[in-house]
Design a protein around this ligand. Structure first.
Ligand SMILES: [Zn+2]
Length: 277
């Protein structure tokens, strides 16, 4: 039986977004997406102390409101999470969902050239299979980490269907969840995502996910290296607007960068202002 949560609104679900967990130094543009292993361990300890269980994103909508569950997600599949994050989670009896760009598994983060991080190592297929065997969920992050809403319909279809097929073949398990690369999506992308057989899809956001919101627009809470463990639990206990404001304050001005002029990976956070969805 999982603990009840008398403090946080049962209508708000915390879905955390991480990228790399490693001691490997990052460029200035990418630093805010890298969490030191010791800090990640602090985060897990704080979540555990606050009474959270962990869940897999594909099961988010079926999680009872009375259960206090946090959904931990990792985008991109950096090698550091295999060495540091997954063992730490497994050691606490926790799970997570890993969103992988299928064409880059076993290689390097080529799409991060503008951030000077194209050499950052990604996990291997063997790592992916081990993660599945350990109970972690694998989701798709497209094939080549492209901005899905900018693609032709046929290319979009290939990214969604092709990545799902490859990931399912390699893991011998169903892939039911997608994370939009850079968070970008619109009506067309969401419809194609549903048609491709995904049941849930994640955006990037600055707060907690309102239960009952479109399951193809799951809002995630990007956790930066400047959020201490005890602060993380406090943020999750806040209501959504407050948490949003606090995280923005922590995050500095980079989130305001426009998509077309982006000079850092901050564009991964849906900084675009045009609204067509
Ligand atoms: Zn990504």
């Amino acid at each position: 039986m999982l603990p009840d949560d008398p403090q946080r609104s049962p209508n708000l679900v915390p879905v955390l977004l991480y990228h790399d967990v490693t001691r490997t130094p990052a460029t200035r543009a990418f630093r805010r997406f890298v969490i030191p292993p010791t800090l990640f361990a602090e985060h897990l300890a704080a979540l555990r102390e606050a009474g959270y269980a962990t869940g897999r994103v594909s099961e988010l909508s079926s999680t009872p409101r009375t259960q206090q569950v946090v959904f931990v997600t990792f985008d991109d599949g950096f090698a550091g999470i295999v060495e540091h994050a997954l063992p730490a989670l497994a050691g606490q009896g926790m799970t997570a969902t890993l969103y992988l760009p299928s064409a880059f598994v076993g290689g390097r983060a080529a799409w991060l050239a503008p951030e000077g991080e194209s050499g950052r190592l990604l996990l291997s297929w063997s790592d992916v299979q081990d993660a599945v065997a350990s109970g972690f969920e694998i989701g798709s992050h497209g094939q080549r980490h492209l901005e899905l809403d900018m693609l032709s319909s046929s290319r979009l279809q290939r990214e969604l269907v092709g990545s799902k097929r490859v990931l399912e073949d390699k893991t011998s398990s169903a892939v039911g969840s997608l994370a939009y690369p850079f968070g970008y999506n619109d009506n067309r992308v969401r419809s194609a995502t549903r048609a491709a057989g995904y049941g849930t899809a994640c955006e990037v956001g600055w707060g907690l996910h309102p239960r009952g919101r479109d399951s193809y627009r799951i809002r995630r809470f990007l956790v930066g290296p400047d959020v201490a463990g005890d602060r993380l639990a406090a943020l999750l206990a806040e209501d959504r607007p407050t948490a949003s404001q606090l995280v923005r304050r922590y995050s500095g001005p980079a989130w305001r960068l426009a998509r077309r002029t982006r000079s850092s990976y901050a564009s991964c956070q849906q900084t675009r202002t045009r609204r067509h969805d």
